[in-house]
Design a binder for this molecule. Structure first.
Ligand code: AHG
Ligand code: MN
Ligand code: MN
Length: 338
C-alpha cells in the first residue's frame, strides 16, 4: 500500500497557495513535529512524573496540569522553530507571546492554540487533544506582532486543525480546501494520510452536551434535549447521547459519525465556556469545510464573530446541518423569560 506522509501531503498541496511560498507548509510541518513530541509524553503519562498539577493557575483560574504546561512549551518551541510565526496566543498564557528576534519579526503568521484540551481527562486515560488556528498577521512584516493580529474573525483563518491523542493519535486539519486526517504510525514515527477529504454527515443521530448542567441551560436547549430523547421512528429518535468532556474527542467522533456538540451559556458561564480564538473558531473552520455548521445557537455564525479579547468565550453549537438547524429553531421558539 502506498502511504502519503503528512509532510509529503503538505508539500503536494503547497501549489494551492502560490502566494505562500512554502511558509505555511513549514509552519504546519512544525506543528506535526511538536505533536509527536507531545504524543510521546501523553502515551507514557502514567509512567513518567508528568501527571498532576503544577500548583499554578492559568488566566482562566483553572489549575494547570503538568501536561498543560509541557504541551504549551513544546508547541511554542515548535512554532518558534518554524521561523514563520511572529506570535502565539495560548490558553495557558495571559498575554500574547511575541517572538521578538529578527526571525520572529519576519514571520508572516500568528497562531492561537489550546495546547492541551480536555485536561480533566489526562489523569484517567481518556482522549485529549491540541487545537490550533493560523492567521496571516495584519501588522507589517519585520515588526513585533500585535494583539490585533489575533483579534481577527475566524473567517480569516488560513489553516486550522487539531491533534487527538486517542486510541490512535491523529492530526486533522484544513487550509480551506477540505479536511484531511492523518494517523500517527508509531512504528515509523510519521503521520500518514488515513482520512482524505473528510466530510460530515449532514444528518446526525448523536447529541453531545454536559447534561449535568441541564437545569442551568437556556430553555431552547432544554427543549431540544427532550426532543433528542423522544421516540420517533421516522427521524430515528431517540438519538444517542455521547459526552467525553474533551472537545477534540467529542468533536472528532461527531465529525466522523454525524452529530451535534453543544456548550451553551449557563448561569456559571454566561457567555459560554469554550474560548472563541482557540477552541470555537478552529473547530468551526473544520466543520464548515467538512459540510457542517457552527453557530452560537441563535443563528450567528461562529466564524463571523469579531473577538475583542484574547480569552473571550462563546456559546458553541457545532455539527451536522440538520441538528444545528433544529436546535436553532428551538432556541427561537422557546426563548428564556426575562
Ligand atoms: P481545557 O481542558 O482546554 O480547559 O478544555 C476543556 C473544555 C473542553 O475540552 C470540553 O468540551 C469542556 O471543557 C468540558 O466542560 P465541562 O466539564 O463543563 O463539560
Ligand atoms: Mn480546551
Ligand atoms: Mn487546554
Amino acid at each position: 500500500m502506498l502511504i502519503t506522509t503528512l509532510n509529503e501531503f503538505i508539500i503536494e498541496r503547497q501549489a494551492d497557495f502560490p502566494y505562500a511560498k512554502g511558509e505555511l507548509s513549514r509552519l504546519l510541518s512544525h506543528i506535526g513535529i511538536a505533536a509527536k513530541v507531545v504524543n510521546r509524553a501523553v502515551n507514557k503519562a502514567g509512567l513518567s512524573d508528568i501527571l498532576g498539577e503544577v500548583g499554578s493557575r492559568n488566566i482562566q483560574g483553572e489549575d494547570q496540569k503538568k501536561l498543560d504546561v509541557f504541551a504549551n512549551q513544546k508547541f511554542i518551541n515548535g512554532l518558534q522553530g518554524s521561523s514563520e510565526c511572529c506570535g502565539i496566543a495560548s490558553e495557558e498564557n495571559e498575554e500574547i507571546i511575541i517572538f521578538d528576534d529578527e526571525m520572529g519579526r519576519n514571520g508572516k503568521y500568528v497562531v492561537a492554540m489550546d495546547p492541551l484540551d480536555g485536561s480533566s481527562n489526562i489523569e484517567v486515560n481518556v482522549s485529549i487533544g491540541t487545537i490550533f488556528a493560523i492567521y496571516r498577521r495584519l501588522s507589517p512584516v519585520g515588526h513585533r506582532a500585535k494583539i490585533d493580529d489575533f483579534l481577527q474573525a475566524g473567517s480569516n483563518q488560513v489553516a486550522a486543525g487539531y491533534i487527538i491523542y486517542g486510541s490512535s493519535t491523529m492530526m486533522v486539519y484544513t487550509t480551506g480546501r477540505g479536511v484531511n486526517g492523518f494517523t500517527l504510525d508509531p512504528s515509523i514515527g510519521e503521520f500518514c494520510l488515513s482520512h482524505p477529504n473528510m466530510t460530515m454527515p449532514s444528518v446526525g443521530f448523536i447529541y453531545s452536551v454536559n447534561e449535568g448542567s441541564y437545569l442551568k441551560f437556556p430553555n431552547g436547549v432544554k427543549k431540544y434535549i427532550k426532543y433528542c430523547q423522544e421516540n420517533d421512528e421516522q427521524t430515528k429518535r431517540p438519538y444517542k447521547s455521547r459526552y467525553i468532556g474533551s472537545l477534540v474527542a467529542d468533536f472528532h467522533r461527531n465529525l466522523m459519525l454525524g452529530g451535534i456538540f453543544m456548550y451553551p451559556h449557563t448561569a456559571e458561564y454566561p457567555t459560554g465556556k469554550l474560548r472563541l480564538l482557540y477552541e470555537c473558531n478552529p473547530m468551526a473552520f473544520i466543520v464548515e469545510q467538512a459540510g457542517g455548521r457552527a453557530s452560537d445557537g441563535m443563528g450567528k455564525r461562529i466564524l463571523d464573530m469579531i473577538p475583542i479579547e484574547l480569552h473571550q468565550r462563546a456559546p458553541l453549537f457545532i455539527g451536522s446541518r440538520n441538528m444545528i438547524a433544529k436546535v436553532e429553531e428551538f432556541m427561537v421558539n422557546f426563548p428564556d423569560e426575562r
